[in-house]
Design a protein around this ligand. Sequence first.
Ligand SMILES: N[C@@H](CCC(=O)N[C@@H](CS)C(=O)NCC(=O)O)C(=O)O
Length: 195
Amino acid sequence: MQLLVSHTSPYARKCRVLVRELGLESKVEEIDAHPFEDSEILLRANPLGRVPCLIRDGKGYPESTLIGEMLHEEAEYPWRYDWEDQRIEALASGLLDLAVGRRVEMVRDEAIYSDYWIGRREAGISRTLDVLEAEANRGLELDTMGALTIAVAVSYLDFRYPESDWRNGHPKLTGLHDAWAARPSFAQTKPPADA
Ligand SMILES: N[C@@H](CCC(=O)N[C@@H](CS)C(=O)NCC(=O)O)C(=O)O
């Protein structure tokens, strides 16, 4: 299988971490395909023009959550993966969408930059962090898609929205992030500092 990625995409990072955690490195070849270069291999595999995309048996599979499920199947489901975990994963994926959406708005030309949309994204990020903190207080297993997606999302906030000061008031999420950050899979997939 081939995994089309960019090294700054948090969605791709989630899949890259998972490949390493599930011991699938010999089965999944990572290929750099920055979405804004519109490379032939990416557009052929994924008409949406987005990363990540997994190519299996000649077919392209988009969406990090779907790819996560396929990687789990490949590894014969070593992690718990039930509705409750999928609910946390969906919330954390939405947090990522808000953080990426904010970033996209921030880098627009000044003439079309929207304070309204930035404020809306920031309010959603703040609400979702509070809900995930409450969930983490009830206890979240580290080896779950929910916990992994939270760790990737808050690490993306450090990368693209450090002013969010997300650690403030979220000690459980801070602990969850730090535990993930100590793993080689996380260190090996850290976005380049100058990107
Ligand atoms: N929902 C998708 C989001 C993927 C996504 O938006 N990837 C970004 C990179 S962070 C991308 O490829 N953007 C290119 C574009 O939107 O044209 C997933 O979970 O995989």
